[in-house]
Design a binder for this molecule. Structure first.
Ligand code: HAM
Length: 421
């Protein structure tokens, strides 16, 4: 049985030949995501992976609707696996916002499903870090999100030479569209054509724009001449105050494919333009109103970063995290009469917070040592008598008799002495 195309198995390290996705690397990525979100004072939330189909059909826009993993469930409900998190979080906020003080700063790490053509940087499932702020219309909220996006990428050791956040504004595009006689009912088609401009042949884009009453030249001139709007200037000034100006630039090629954006929008790209977007987001002040049938009006802004492009980029830059083994101590069982006291010692060490492993069944001593080396344990420990254990530190081949109760302290002393040499 093979896995479905566009889906991944995540194996533990060391990875078998031909497998690209490491469960340990994924854990590291999630750890960084959680850590930075918490530094920025965001709170975790989650929602269901399966939602009513209608949550996405009206809200996400045609591009995502064409990629939905949808079906009818046994209760004859039209349902879909979530292709993105934003409609879900908007629904959750609309339902419970009165319970919370504003602004809300929420984050989540959902697995998402899109029935896309599989290609570089695009799979049929991926994990996405989502961060959103509800209840604050000021560009200060957009700037806070962009600053967090920068810090997330910096914490994977990427620098201003590796990535840039291209900042744009749906408002600026909306003004351009209206001032040049665009038909409001076609605005989303126009945004889609702009979104695809960099990946589409010029003749094809020209045709699309002409059908909407524009020329490609007119669109290109607007992109080239674009000045930051007032809101974008506020974002730039805010980021400058944090010393983050090197990580952003105004670029009106960005408009975002999703239907709900209303103001500042942005995408993070690698500087060399080799990969698809690492992350994207923006302001979406009308979505909560849309999902609540007009009952709630709450300004919102957020972004999401996927794990697929991030790993591709880290691999290319030689920045994949080193995954150290986590086993610190390997307990040797010299002979089976010593198994019960060994289990007691293993248990005590684990309760003290040490990561300990040991052989399940009788095994030759040299095999046990080999296993301890393979798993990267720093120490072996074996029962000597009723009071003492023999501790062995691989690094210095130091061996000594230590009373049971002193094992933890002694290991810390040995590690510290070794580190300071
Ligand atoms: P998005 O641009 O569709 O935005 O996705 C954000 C990121 O998720 C992309 O930049 C990309 O790295 C990753 N991604 C998207 N689709 C795939 C795929 N099929 N395979 C691998 N990676 C993928 C959103 O989803 C918005 N809901 C973000 C947002 C949050 N806006 C406001 N709040």
């Amino acid at each position: 049985m093979k896995r479905l195309p566009g889906f991944r198995d995540f194996y533990p390290e060391p990875l078998p030949d031909g497998e690209a996705w490491s469960a340990n690397v994924r854990k590291h990525i999630f750890d960084v995501w959680h850590e930075i979100a918490e530094f920025y004072a965001f709170q975790p939330y989650d929602g269901p992976p399966l939602e009513p189909l209608s949550l996405f059909t009206a809200k996400s826009g045609q591009e995502i609707v064409g990629q939905l993993y949808n079906f009818e469930d046994k209760g004859e409900r039209a349902v879909s696996l979530r292709p993105e998190m934003t409609p879900t979080v908007a629904r959750m906020v609309a339902a419970r916002e009165r319970h919370y003080k504003k602004p809300l700063k929420w984050y989540s790490i959902p697995q998402l499903f899109r029935y896309e053509r599989q290609q570089k940087g695009r799979l049929r499932e991926h994990f996405q870090f989502n961060a959103d702020i509800f209840g604050e219309a000021d560009p200060a909220a957009d700037a806070e999100l962009i600053a967090m996006l920068i810090d997330l990428l910096r914490n994977f050791n990427l620098t201003a030479e590796d990535f840039v956040i291209r900042l744009s504004s749906r408002n600026a595009w909306q003004d351009f569209f209206n001032q040049n006689g665009g038909d409001e009912s076609k605005a989303y088609d126009f945004y889609q054509a702009v979104d695809k401009l960099e990946r589409t042949a010029p003749e094809e884009s020209e045709k699309k724009f002409q059908a909407l009453g524009f020329t490609l030249e007119q669109v290109r001139d607007f992109i080239d001449s674009a000045e930051p709007t007032e809101e974008l200037q506020a974002v730039l000034d805010n980021l400058a105050a944090r010393g983050m100006s090197d990580f952003v630039k105004i670029d009106y090629n960005v408009i975002r494919g999703l239907a709900y954006y209303t103001g500042v929008v942005y995408e993070a790209f690698d500087r060399h333009g080799k990969f698809r977007a690492i992350a994207g987001g923006g302001r979406y002040d009308q979505l909560v109103s849309l999902v609540s049938g007009g009952k709630k009006e709450i300004p919102a802004a957020g972004f999401a970063m996927g794990d697929v492009v991030l790993v591709e980029l880290l691999k290319e830059r030689g920045l994949m995290p080193e995954i150290p083994g986590n086993i610190e101590v390997y307990a040797l069982v010299e002979d089976e009469t010593k198994r019960p006291p060994t289990l007691s010692m293993v248990q005590k060490l684990r309760e003290e917070g040490w990561c300990v492993d040991y052989p399940f069944v009788s095994m030759k001593p040299d095999k046990q040592i080999k296993r301890a080396l393979e798993v990267g344990a720093g120490f072996t420990v074996r029962i000597e008598d009723d009071e003492f254990a023999v501790l062995n530190y691989f690094e210095t081949k130091q061996e000594e008799k230590v009373p049971f109760g002193e094992l933890g302290n002694r290991m810390i002393q040995i590690i510290c002495a070794d580190d300071s040499e």
